[in-house]
Ligand binder design. Structure first.
Ligand SMILES: Nc1ncnc2c1ncn2[C@@H]1O[C@H](COP(=O)(O)OP(=O)(O)OP(=O)(O)O)[C@@H](O)[C@H]1O
Length: 291
């Protein structure tokens, strides 16, 4: 007789769209040197993670600090070599040594836009660098594309020649988003993209990410410890603990019927979002920035 019990990891696979990003049995081990109170050893930061994200899908990745989220993100971006396993983009395995090749398909947005923006370059130059590195178009075309991208993320023209230290936190994150999108990648890895921002600005940036997803048909992996934010944004959620995905499900399954004890613990310990943290329309803020 067929079992009626659904295994924990047998979540819907995200629909019929083609798989944009696939992780196959990814492992990453760090060697630990012997310390004063510690023997030499190793830590399995990512331990046999397999996951498929479909085109146009937003996958949330949640878990406590130290569970391996950033290590996983770095492997997806080709910044860190897996100990074993594979990352595939559109069915093609990526080689971490070929960062430049797959930078055109997959780009990051990090938590702290200030440290990820070059303080000595103006906004337009920061966004233009990827086009120069990848030799996309003529100098005139590059300038046009930079301007169009900055307009799209709500950066008024007067800010294009300014430097990161002259911008607000939200504006810096807009610049980081413009830089991430200027090569027209298909996949964005958003690693806590709003956690360094004020609550009101967080909502504006999340709204912007939603608008851009619709505009470009993007696929997102959205990494966050903030379950309130995740619940607003994602289609499916992967719950990570001690380097492993312990539960995978649709947003409704994870938030309404969590199966794994760790997921239940995470949800129970999450703070209730403050009233008004819902995502407001971005238009008002974009207008404010533009004036
Ligand atoms: N370079 C490293 N060398 C040794 N151990 C590391 C290294 N980088 C991370 N770790 C360890 O690997 C585990 C996973 O770390 P990771 O930064 O991926 O977690 P995280 O979920 O992103 O945490 P956070 O949300 O705090 O950034 C942790 O135990 C961490 O201490």
């Amino acid at each position: 007789m067929k079992s009626t019990v659904t295994p924990i990891n047998a979540a819907p696979d995200g629909g019929d769209a083609a798989v944009a990003l696939e992780l196959r049995s990814l492992h990453r081990t760090y060697k630990l040197k012997r310390g004063l109170f510690r023997a030499a050893g190793e830590i399995k930061a990512v331990n046999n993670v397999s996951l498929s994200i479909r085109k146009g899908e937003t996958m949330g990745l949640v878990g406590e600090s130290g569970c391996g989220k950033s290590t996983l993100a770095k492997m997806l971006l080709g910044l860190l070599e897996p100990s074993s396993g594979q990352v595939l983009i559109n069915g093609k395995a990526i080689d971490p040594g070929q960062r430049k090749v797959h930078a055109r398909s997959i780009q990051p947005i990090f938590q702290d836009p200030y440290s990820s923006l070059n303080p000595r370059r103006c906004v337009a130059d920061i966004v233009g660098v990827p086009l120069q590195l990848h030799k996309v178009g003529t100098a005139t075309e590059q300038r046009q594309r930079v301007k169009a991208m900055l307009d799209l993320v709500g950066m008024p023209e007067r800010t294009h020649q300014q430097y990161p230290n002259q911008l607000s936190g939200g504006q810096r994150q807009r610049v980081a988003i413009a830089r991430a999108l200027v090569l027209r990648p298909e996949i964005l890895i958003c690693d806590e993209p709003t956690s360094a921002l004020d609550v009101s600005v967080q909502a504006q940036i999340l709204n912007l990410l939603l608008d851009l997803k619709a505009e470009f048909g993007l696929t997102y992996l959205f990494i966050s410890h903030d379950l309130g934010v995740v619940e607003h944004l994602v289609d499916r959620v992967a719950v990570m603990n001690h380097g492993q995905i312990v539960e995978l499900g649709t947003r409704e399954q994870i938030f309404n019927q969590p199966q794994h004890a760790y997921t239940r613990m995470l949800l129970a310990s999450a703070l209730t979002p403050e009233p008004g943290l819902g995502i407001p329309d971005i238009t008002a803020e974009a207008e404010q920035v533009a004036t």
